[in-house]
Structures are given as structure tokens and as C-alpha cells.
Design a binder for this molecule. Structure first.
Ligand code: ATP
Length: 320
């Protein structure tokens, strides 16, 4: 049994990280284990920016987006010397295990720390992109998808009023999950994702045909990894007679109060991570498979590329 653990958030922030860190802290305290919070991702480990936490330190945060611990992208962590310094700073405080909440990059950094030092580490997938291998779900993806749907609903109103085509660019890094999920839920006519080829020329022909038959508007959702809304919108405007606009949703997708799904799932994952690391387990990531919490090998999680569910792609084609 470990007696002292630490928790941190790293990489891009995502709604639900707070609920997750809260669950780690409260589970540890419930089990009688000391718990430290590391500020600002791997920077906090290097700059000794960490503090021992009490129950009240995670009060009034479950409803907030962002991360109360702060997060960062830390170049120094990519070097072995940086990771050794971080390890020393943990050991100096008697911290015996670390829970890292972050995206695939953060988990990669955690995997290296574990391999190089043997420090027990449990990872939790915290990213709106839902691009971590081995889990159906990452903390924040549901809130981000709902934010996108809200934007799609609003764009649909104005597109319909003007008989326009609107191209909406959404986040997702190199993964099309956010675009595909929000595109299906928002009823977009076209969903362009990095995992699938698309043909703008034939899209333009189909759009013109649809307009001739009386279609009032077309919504195209493009994942940032599949192209830019500006380029695609310009192409459509130049190759059709359809009045076309584009919109880039940007960082609004990262923020906002987490949905029920993100709060509950993040809490479940946080609890499991705390229990696992306290019991001495290491090198695992907790995620979800078909609605159930599962553990995945940490190194497998960072060395494999997640694939887009082919059923989603099929559904999008059927519903077009
Ligand atoms: P998101 O998916 O939201 O972008 P992320 O965790 O993937 O989140 P990254 O910027 O890729 O975000 O990674 C966060 C931090 O993790 C980096 O700034 C760096 O400190 C660490 N990290 C990423 N890749 C590596 C690596 N190959 N080796 C060591 N550390 C890494």
C-alpha cells in the first residue's frame, strides 16, 4: 500500500478534469492516504510547484471547466534530465506514486517516467479529442461535442435563412471523433475526417444537384486534421453557385461546464485510478469500453493509434 500519491493535469485542458482530480483526491483521503496536487502539468514537477491537499481544496470545482490545478505543455519534460529532476522532486517529498490526467502526449511523458524510474504511475485519458487508444471515451469529449452541436444548431438557422452552405471547422487534432460525433448528432450533410478520403469535386456536384431540387442549406463539418474550413469553403464557393461561408469554432470547444456524462465518468475514472495506485498497481490507464470501466496498459495506450469506429462513418453516409 502506498502512503502518499500525487495528481496532475497536463496537455490541453478538458471539461471534467476537475471532477476527475477531485475524485482522485477524495478517494485517497477516504483511504487514509496523503495526496499532493501538482500545479501546471509537468512544469509543476520541475519547478517544485506542488502542495499537500485537503478535502476542501477540491470543493466547488466539479461544475467548472478548465482545471484548477492548471495545465501546460512542457518542453523540458521531453528530455530525460527533466524527467529525472521531476522524479527527484517527488521522492524528496515522500510521494510514491503519480496519477497523470491528460492526452496521448501527457501519457507518453508518463510512460517514459515510469520506464526510466520505476515510479508507479496511473494515467487517465483527459482530452476533448477522444484519441487515446484502448478507451471509447476521454474526459471532456462529451462536453466538447455538445458545444459543437450548439454551434451547428445556430449555424443551421442562418444557413437556412440565406440558402447558404456553411463549413464549420472543429478540433480533434489528428482524430475525427469530435467532428463525426457532433456532425451526426447535429445532422450535418458532410463530415470530413482525417481517417477518410473525401472528394471535393464530387461533393460540389452533389451539392448543386441538391440545391436544384430545393435544398435550402448545407452544413459541412470538417475536423481540423482533415483540412481547413477556409480552404474547403473557398473551394466550394469557387466550384458551385452556392453562397458559402466558413466558421472556425476554436477554443470555445475546450471550455464550459462539464456535462453529466463527463462529470460522472471522470469521477469514476478518478476513483479507480486512486484505488489502483494506492494498491501498488502501475503502468495502467483507466478508460471505458462499452460503458464499463476498463484498464489498459499505459505503454500500449501510447504506442497504438486509435481508429475511428467504422459504424459511425457508415451511419454518417446513410443519414446524409
Ligand atoms: P491534448 O490531446 O489535449 O493535446 P496532450 O496531453 O496530448 O493533450 P501534448 O502537448 O501532446 O498534449 O503533451 C503534453 C505534455 O506532455 C508535453 O508538453 C510534454 O511535456 C509531455 N510530452 C508529450 N510528448 C512527450 C514525449 N514524447 N516525451 C516526453 N514528454 C512528452
Amino acid at each position: 500500500m502506498l502512503k502518499s500519491i500525487a495528481v496532475m493535469t497536463s496537455g490541453g485542458d478538458s471539461p471534467g478534469m476537475n471532477a476527475c482530480a477531485r475524485a482522485v483526491v477524495r478517494t485517497a483521503l477516504y483511504e487514509g492516504v496523503e495526496v499532493w496536487g501538482i500545479n501546471n502539468g509537468y512544469h509543476g514537477l520541475l519547478d517544485e510547484d506542488m502542495y499537500q491537499m485537503e478535502r476542501k481544496d477540491v470543493g466547488d470545482i466539479i461544475q467548472r471547466g478548465g482545471t484548477f490545478l492548471g495545465t501546460a505543455r512542457c518542453k523540458r519534460w521531453e528530455k530525460p534530465e527533466g524527467r529525472m529532476l521531476g522524479y527527484k522532486n517527488l521522492v524528496d517529498r515522500g510521494i510514491q506514486g503519480l496519477v497523470v490526467i491528460g492526452g496521448d502526449g501527457s501519457l507518453r511523458g508518463a510512460s517514459l517516467l515510469s520506464k526510466e524510474t520505476g515510479l508507479p504511475i496511473v494515467g487517465l485519458p483527459g482530452t476533448i479529442d477522444n484519441d487515446v487508444w484502448g478507451t471509447d471515451y476521454t474526459i471532456g469529449c462529451d462536453t466538447a461535442a455538445n458545444t459543437i452541436i450548439d454551434a451547428i444548431n445556430k449555424l443551421r438557422d442562418t444557413a437556412s435563412a440565406h440558402r447558404r452552405c456553411i463549413v464549420l471547422e472543429v478540433m480533434g487534432h489528428r482524430c475525427g471523433w469530435l467532428a463525426m460525433t457532433a456532425g451526426i448528432a447535429g445532422g450535418a450533410e458532410y463530415i470530413l475526417v482525417p481517417e477518410e478520403e473525401y472528394d471535393l469535386e464530387s461533393m460540389c456536384k452533389d451539392m448543386e444537384e441538391a440545391y436544384k431540387k430545393g435544398k435550402r442549406y448545407i452544413l459541412v463539418v470538417v475536423a481540423e486534421g482533415a483540412g481547413s474550413a477556409k480552404d474547403i469553403g473557398t473551394y466550394i464557393a469557387e466550384h458551385t453557385n452556392i453562397d458559402t461561408r466558413y466558421s472556425v469554432l476554436g477554443h470555445i470547444q475546450r471550455g464550459g461546464s462539464p456535462t453529466v456524462i463527463d462529470r460522472v465518468k471522470a469521477s469514476q475514472l478518478g476513483e479507480q485510478a486512486a484505488l489502483a495506485i494506492i494498491s501498488g498497481l502501475s503502468d495502467v490507464v483507466f478508460g471505458f469500453n462499452k460503458g464499463h470501466v476498463v484498464s489498459i496498459n499505459l505503454h500500449d495506450a501510447v504506442n497504438n493509434k486509435k481508429k475511428l469506429d467504422p459504424e459511425y462513418a457508415h451511419l454518417a453516409r446513410v443519414l446524409f
